[in-house]
Ligand binder design. Structure first.
Ligand SMILES: *Cc1c(COP(=O)(O)O)cnc(C)c1O
Length: 363
């Protein structure tokens, strides 16, 4: 079936869609040099031009999230998945353990990788509910001598989002890859926060780490200097060449968010988009969302068709309507609509119209 519609919408979980304006800026940057000069991406990363870009990027992030001065902001490579190993290697003393809250696919990945490097333990698991709700924090088992407690603020594949964060006797460390900058955040409640940029902050290749300085410790034997939080903090993330293109893109994304009212405005739009879609699902006899209503993600809306074999038809026709990449995570199946900051409301309206029409024909 040919697409008869004017615009296509990309609901991919990541790499995710960029705002048209950021895409344009990227094309411009790659397309030609600034008048008479050398393009930013071809300048030495230690020179004034690129340093300026990094400093502005950090300042924008600090402003938007209200990051206190006693936190360092690091620009790293290797994605969030590298952080799964780098957290225990950087934050724990030899032999020290940490606690992990297993809320779904990504929390489990973080836990399994950490197990390779330190004696970490599950503090709680949502497996008993099929990861449709967050284990009650009063039931988390966090040893007093744990180096930190790890959590995943938004489970990108399960469609589950933590709404508040407990006060614990050990530092909270959070994977916020899929919901950083989609809502206001009390950074001072966390020891460390990390996020890959290909979801809400541009293209792949960069991972932000926001960390309380008192948690920095000299690299232990076996930890490459390029992946030491202390070394990167000391050298302003210029120990070696940073991912220049991804940094440029994150900078323009942060500007874009700031120009649109910051994280409070982003959160309001997030709620508006996701409510439209959840209301459609809840009013339907064909679609079903199993996640506990008050913990449903405002960013990754995960649901399924009660008539499972119909899913392939659903994806095919959605595609023909210009609604792309609605397949759920490959390990989990189902339908997933990722509604990051760049997704316009019209994209969700189009999806909801399509879903209603699809149900009236197939329901
Ligand atoms: C996408 C994602 C990751 C993986 O990020 P990579 O950059 O591919 O390593 C980790 N955690 C969460 C919550 C994610 O959404």
């Amino acid at each position: 079936m040919a697409c008869t519609c004017s615009e296509a919408y990309n609901f991919a979980a990541g790499p995710a869609m960029l705002p048209a304006e950021v895409r344009r800026q990227l094309a411009e940057q790659l397309g030609h040099a600034a008048a008479g000069g050398v393009p930013l991406l071809e300048q030495p990363f230690t020179g004034a031009g690129f340093r300026g870009l990094m400093e502005e990027t950090e300042a924008l992030l600090r402003n938007l999230l209200g990051i206190p001065d006693d936190y360092a902001v690091l620009f790293m490579q290797g994605g969030a998945s590298a952080q799964f190993a780098l957290l225990p290697l950087n934050l724990l003393a030899a032999g020290q353990g940490a606690a992990y809250v297993e809320t779904g696919h990504w929390a489990r990945k973080a836990f399994v990788e950490a197990c390779r490097h330190a004696p970490v333990r599950r503090a709680a698991s949502g497996a008993v509910t099929g990861y449709t709700s967050v284990p009650d924090p009063t039931d988390w088992r966090v040893p007093a001598d744990a180096g930190y407690c790890h959590l995943t603020s938004n489970e990108t594949g399960n469609g589950l989002q933590m709404q508040d964060f407990p006060q614990l006797p050990v530092p909270l460390v959070a994977d916020m890859t899929s919901d950083l900058l989609t809502r206001p955040l009390a950074v001072e409640r966390f020891g460390a926060i990390y996020a890959s940029t290909q979801k809400n902050l541009g293209v792949a290749g960069l991972c932000l780490v926001i960390i309380r300085r008192e948690l920095l410790r000299p690299p232990r034997p076996g930890l490459p200097s390029a992946f030491s939080y202390a070394v990167l903090a000391e050298q302003n993330s210029r120990f070696n060449t940073p991912p220049t293109l991804a940094l440029y893109c994150a900078n323009r994304m942060l500007r874009w968010v700031a120009e649109r009212g910051g994280v409070t405005a982003m959160a309001a739009l997030c709620r508006q988009r996701s409510r439209l879609l959840y209301d459609c699902i809840d009013a339907s006899a064909l679609y079903r969302c199993a996640v506990r209503p008050d913990q449903r993600s405002a960013v990754n809306v995960c649901f399924e068709l009660r008539d499972r074999p119909l899913s392939a038809v659903f994806f095919g026709q959605a595609e023909a309507h210009g609604l792309h990449h609605l397949q759920g995570h490959s390990a989990l199946g189902g339908v997933r609509a990722s509604l990051y900051n760049a997704m316009p409301l019209e994209g969700v309206e189009r999806l909801v119209d399509f879903m209603r029409e699809f149900e009236s024909r197939h329901g």
